[in-house]
Design a binder for this molecule. Structure first.
Ligand code: COA
Length: 193
């Protein structure tokens, strides 16, 4: 199933949807968008799923022609940074339809993500990313946490917590970056979004 997507990013309308309000049709549409946007890991979105690990509690969705063409998932959770609990809005399932990538949709989605996190009164956004998209997050206000490991459960192995090689990133929302707790180990105590 392919997602129809025009090449004009100006036609996109945005909404923030709670997870319980995502109906089966929207899950199918998001599954199609995520499979097209993550062509090398489509197996993560098996059985029509619109998630890969943990499920989000809010979804920021950009639509064009009625179909989702951009998507970000949000999940409130506490991380442990060394021994300190830190509330964050985890960000994941970040995707722009391939035909719209490179046109500024990702930047607009990042701005809207920050506003959505602020609306949830969260101090920070948090995510782990691969080096291939590090530049996108750095360009949209995120800061890398060098020398910091994140340990969590991978969706395929939920019995052993592993240190991920993906780069931890933090986004100051209502707090200043200087308020992020110092520590070399972040414990997610759960599955990545
Ligand atoms: C990553 C993604 C969401 C970016 O969306 P986009 O619409 O292409 O981004 P934009 O065109 O708005 O670009 C915003 C800025 O990020 C930069 N950028 C975007 N993708 C980048 C990348 N892969 N590497 C480095 N910089 C990147 C752009 O150059 C731009 O910076 P500038 O305004 O200073 O020139 C999109 O490419 C995508 O869906 N990729 C596939 C799925 C994926 O990997 N998601 C991330 C999972 S962690």
């Amino acid at each position: 199933m392919t997602t129809a997507a025009p090449s004009d990013p100006g036609t996109i309308t945005w909404e923030l949807i709670p997870e319980n309000d995502v109906d089966p049709r929207l899950h199918r549409e998001l599954n199609a968008l995520l499979r097209e946007s993550f062509p090398y890991t489509t197996e993560e979105f098996r059985d029509g799923r619109s998630w890969a690990g943990a499920r989000p509690e809010r979804r920021l969705i950009g639509r064009s022609g009625g179909r989702p063409v951009a998507h970000t998932g949000l999940l409130r959770r506490f991380l442990r940074v060394d021994d300190q609990d830190q509330l964050v809005g985890e960000v994941g399932l970040v995707a722009v339809h391939p035909r719209l990538q490179g046109t500024g949709v990702g930047r607009e989605m990042a701005d809207r993500t920050r506003r959505a996190l602020a609306g949830l009164r969260l101090p920070f956004g948090y995510l782990n990313c691969h080096s291939s998209v590090l530049g996108y997050y750095l360009a949209t206000g995120w800061t890398a946490l060098p020398g910091t490991d994140t340990r969590h459960y991978e969706p395929g192995d939920e019995l052993t917590a592993l240190v991920t090689t993906a780069q931890p990133m933090v986004l100051p929302v209502s707090a200043e970056l200087t308020a992020w707790p110092k520590g070399s180990r972040i414990e997610r105590d759960g599955i990545e979004l």
